[in-house]
Design a protein around this ligand. Structure first.
Ligand code: SIN
Length: 276
């Protein structure tokens, strides 16, 4: 693919590219928007450096890719319901997103993409790992692909979010109301048409129609498979970096190897459609 207005440098042969030549705080012209979108489709997660963004600018960048998603349980900053706070410091007892996951797969229409801006990062540490679900799917045997193709799995928010954010009674869907959804195990990307694995160890609870021991064994096999390093890239943050990942074909996990240092920023999440 050739780009005229942005520079695109892959950080691994399989997933991830760093983009230069764009200021995300300003509205993107049509050509730049198209090139960023093409780079996201080609590389699944894209990274930008040296971006100072206010919350309004961050949201405006996200809105160029679609409506913004509201998280089911995480308390937002005042006046910005579409923004997720990502923060860890010496008082933290856990951090968001430590296990492999794709964002909010428990929603019937899970987010298309997530845009994380970190304004303060530890040095060193606090990297985020990304895994290509296309690569993971492609590496399965034809027999396993055929077995998995018709299956669906349940994804739930309750065991992930209950307790984590406290019971404020201000959940998106009403008091004590946590989303859950039945999703295909193999998902076809609506833009690229490629297939990827769509179960994750954070939100997926069980495979519909299988006995518990059968479901547990298949899910464990898939989670071990997703953990293969050749499907991954690892992003080293600097202050004011941005990562924009496509939740339809990737998983990610945040590494917490920097306690008690501070790592802080905000995520804006772009709404998506029902997986098929
Ligand atoms: C997340 O899951 O959105 C958090 C990722 C990170 O903090 O690196």
């Amino acid at each position: 693919m050739s780009y005229e207005r942005i520079e695109v440098k892959p950080i691994s042969p399989v997933i991830g590219a760093e983009i230069a030549g764009v200021d995300l705080s300003q509205p993107l012209g049509n050509q730049v928007f198209q090139e960023i979108h093409d780079a996201l489709m080609a590389h699944q997660v894209i990274f930008f450096r040296d971006q100072e963004l206010s919350l309004d600018q961050h949201k405006a960048f996200g809105r160029q890719f679609g409506e913004l998603h509201i998280h089911p349980a995480s308390p937002p900053p005042d006046g910005h319901p579409e923004v997720l706070i990502i923060h860890a410091d010496e008082n933290s007892t856990r951090v968001a997103g430590q296990g492999w996951h794709t964002d909010v797969s428990c929603d019937v229409e899970p987010p298309m993409g997530s845009i994380l801006h970190l304004h303060k990062v530890p040095a060193p540490g606090g990297d985020t790992m990304f895994a290509s679900m296309y690569a993971a799917y492609d590496a399965l045997s034809d027999e396993m692909k055929t077995f998995l193709e018709p299956l669906k799995a349940w994804h739930s928010s309750e065991h992930v979010h209950k307790g984590r954010y406290g019971h404020t009674g201000k959940l998106r869907d009403g008091e004590n109301s946590y989303p859950k959804a039945l999703q295909p195990i193999i998902r076809t990307h609506p833009v690229t048409g490629k297939k990827g694995i769509y179960v994750n160890s954070s939100f997926t609870t069980h495979i519909d129609g299988l006995k518990k021991n059968e479901s547990d064994a298949i899910l464990k096999m898939l989670y071990d498979h997703i953990d293969t390093p050749e499907f991954h890239c690892r992003f080293h943050w600097k202050d004011n970096s941005v990562a924009f990942w496509d939740n339809r074909c990737t998983q990610h996990r945040a590494l917490w190897d920097y306690f008690p240092q501070v790592r802080s920023g905000f995520r804006v999440t772009v709404a998506g459609d029902k997986p098929f």
